[in-house]
Design a protein around this ligand. Structure first.
Ligand code: ADP
Length: 368
């Protein structure tokens, strides 16, 4: 069992980066799988290393199960950490690599064997136990690294970009395996990645970071559907959300977003705060799957139709990406597999205005 609490956690590296982590507050429940995600350098690993006890805390507190652990050494925190470069001992077999930590802690031989065999079975690496790391693929080595931490039965698993050194196909497989592992181990997981797909698919909760600051912490669908700001909206989702700058205007008692080349009407039950932005610039954000080819749209009207030139048609098998230009902005629509509009021709697109977000141009916060 392990609950973790970060209270106003800060990190500045001596003589180096100041505010690598700024005032991080986070509560992680027992058995929760939390993913810290953000671009390289945003402070994710620093947070993880402070939880593990591998990095001094500049200010703030780390609590594990009601104990303040700021001054508790790493080895006494009952935490296991799996790194990107899994650092297996090359001269040892898989068995020896997995048993090493337990041997150091003077576990009896029978207990070591039991735990290593159990972990190897969970990870499907029993047949490799006598091999050396160089005789394994990247994915298999990563499993050994995970196995090495499982045998200790820690209260918390910390994963620092564990899948970034393995190829794309293996990564997808390992993702589902970690998922199963997590269900089986019933332990708290904190997982760091820069890959938004990993974050979306694996986390009970996603914590999005930028420049040392937590931007939003919520379940994956809330992060996707209700991003707190422009950064979160554009970091999560592929292809990235379309961002279109324009101005709000009132016409016939209705509120429109005027892009310059096209106008679309805001839905009737829009947020009342949008009224504060009439005659001002805002950023409209719409995901590619919320833009339809008018030929296949069910709810098209003059108020939600946008004329644009289709510059590239990119068929991906199950769907097609259309790269469009209004003449002022470029945007992407994700349409059905058999929709193949002609290239370099104008076409009509329908925006699902119930799905759009608006951001304040200055603060880049979502207007709610
Ligand atoms: P991430 O894991 O999100 O890529 P890090 O937590 O590794 O980011 O790094 C956050 C910031 O702190 C970066 O600007 C990085 O260069 C800096 N940093 C990380 N580790 C050290 C260190 N040991 N010494 C000095 N600066 C560091």
């Amino acid at each position: 069992m392990a609950r973790i609490r970060l209270k106003n956690l800060c990190k500045s590296y001596k003589g180096g980066v100041q505010n690598a982590v700024k005032d991080a507050n986070l509560e992680i429940a027992d058995k929760e799988f939390v993913v810290l995600v953000g671009p390289s350098g945003c402070g994710k690993s620093t947070v993880l290393r402070m939880i593990a006890g591998l990095e001094d805390i500049t200010a703030g507190e780390v609590w594990i199960d009601g104990t303040l652990v700021n001054d508790v050494p790493a080895k006494d925190r009952n935490i296991a950490m799996v790194f990107q470069n899994y650092a297996l001992y090359p001269h040892m077999t898989v068995f020896e690599n997995m048993a090493f930590g337990l041997k150091l802690r003077n576990y009896p031989k029978s207990e070591i064997e039991k735990r290593v065999n159990e972990a190897a079975e969970i990870l499907g690496i029993t047949r490799y136990l006598d091999r050396k790391p160089r005789q394994l693929s990247g994915g298999e080595r990563q499993r050994v690294a995970v196995g090495r931490s499982i045998v200790r039965k820690p209260a918390v698993f910390l994963f620092d970009e564990p899948l970034s050194n393995i190829d794309a196909k293996m990564r997808v497989q390992m993702r589902t395996e970690l998922h199963k592992l997590r269900l089986r181990l019933q332990t708290t997981f904190i997982y760091v990645t820069h890959d938004q797909t990993e974050a979306m698919t694996m986390g009970d909760r996603i914590v999005v970071m930028k420049d040392g600051l937590i931007q939003q912490s919520a379940d994956p669908m809330t992060i996707y559907d209700k991003p707190a700001n422009k950064f979160v909206a554009s970091f999560i989702g592929s292809p990235p959300i379309n961002l279109i700058k324009g101005r709000l205007m009132r016409r016939d008692k209705k509120i429109f977003f005027d892009e310059g080349k096209f106008q679309v009407k805001l839905i009737e039950d829009m947020s009342p705060s949008m009224l504060n932005y009439v005659d001002k610039e805002v950023i409209l954000a719409i995901r590619s799957e919320d833009i339809y080819d008018k030929l296949f749209a069910t709810e098209a009207s003059a108020d939600n139709t946008v004329r644009a030139t289709c510059e590239v048609v990119e068929p991906l098998g199950s769907e097609v990406y259309l790269y469009l230009s209004s003449g002022k902005h470029n945007f992407i629509a994700r349409v059905g597999a058999h929709d193949r509009p002609e290239v370099n021709r104008e076409m009509d697109l329908v925006f699902d205005m119930s799905k759009v977000h608006f951001f304040d141009v200055q603060t880049e916060e979502t207007i709610v």
